[in-house]
Design a protein around this ligand. Structure first.
Ligand SMILES: C[S@@+](CC[C@H](N)C(=O)[O-])C[C@H]1O[C@@H](n2cnc3c(N)ncnc32)[C@H](O)[C@@H]1O
Length: 265
């Protein structure tokens, strides 16, 4: 694969979670650099959320922009075939020598298709250069939209797919001051039940399609019982009752020690 023209570079451009104002200047520049666009869809010719962010930002979609299909299934055979097809097509296009920009919703290093695509592409063509443009994650934007602080000082923060189930979430609530539950859609009712049991409904917020025109911030999380929510939704759960251990070395301790040093005995 190395003979002839050098490969183009594969660029993962994070676009933020929905508001085009949150596209970084670097991603914005790459989108207009002449690199060919690739964007993910769940089914052939279906709408692409990542593409819709750029369209709302006012950049015209180039004629030769191409979709790559990443089906939403747990069927290993279907997934393997789809991934192989997407990676092979990406390498084919890179071999033409032009840079490719893969549009990523949210941040490209956070639960994103791009990481996996880049890995498979490198397996097929190790000489391909990969660049990742970081961006605003869904949960950073959700925290801002809901006025929630994810972590302060020595607080602990975990970001997990809710699919681990409520038993694990229950355990993590003892370890972390804030939990970000991604991909919460299929577990909303179970999570509500757990939060009710732990008396944490008042310190939980549900955020759907943050940054998109139909963004929704729901503070009365119990009202979501039985509702079919969007896949693009998450919960921010704060546990103010968490019992914390002693800090061995932390900013607070060092600050206290400094203050003691400054105070004459
Ligand atoms: C495959 S992960 C993608 C994460 C993304 N790369 C990021 O940086 O946030 C998909 C999950 O992220 C969350 N998510 C992504 N975009 C979102 C949005 N605009 N609003 C709320 N949650 C979102 C949802 O929990 C969704 O199920």
């Amino acid at each position: 694969m190395t003979h002839g023209k050098p490969h183009g570079k594969l660029i993962g451009a994070s676009l933020g979670p929905g508001d085009p104002e949150l596209i970084t200047r670097r991603a914005w520049a790459v989108l207009q650099s002449g690199a060919r666009w690739l964007y993910p869809v769940k089914k052939a010719e279906e709408n692409s959320y990542a593409l819709s962010i750029v369209e709302r930002g006012g950049i015209a979609v180039p004629q030769d922009a191409e979709e790559l299909v990443f089906p939403m299934t747990r069927d290993a055979e279907i997934l393997t075939k789809a991934w192989a097809r997407a990676a092979t097509r990406t390498v084919e296009l890179l071999a033409e020598g032009r840079d490719l920009v893969f549009l990523v919703e949210g941040d490209a290093s956070t639960f994103a298709t791009f990481g996996h695509l880049a890995r498979v592409v490198r397996e097929l063509a190790p000489e391909v250069e990969v660049e990742t443009i970081p961006g605003v994650s869904s949960f950073a934007a959700a925290a801002a939209a809901s006025g929630i602080t994810l972590a302060e000082e020595d607080e602990t923060l975990a970001v997990i797919p809710a699919a681990y189930g409520v038993d694990i979430i229950d355990q993590l609530l003892d370890e972390f001051d804030t939990l970000v539950l991604l991909k919460v859609k299929p577990l909303v009712d179970e999570v509500i039940e757990l939060l009710e049991h732990r008396d944490l409904l008042a310190t939980t917020c549900f955020i759907e399609k943050v940054g998109a025109p139909d963004e929704r911030v729901v503070r009365d999380v119990a009202s979501l019982r039985g509702e079919k929510v969007s896949y693009l939704s998450l919960m921010l759960v704060q546990n103010p009752k968490r019992v914390r251990g002693e800090l061995r070395r932390g900013c607070r301790k060092r600050k206290e020690a400094r203050e003691q040093e400054r105070t004459p005995a």
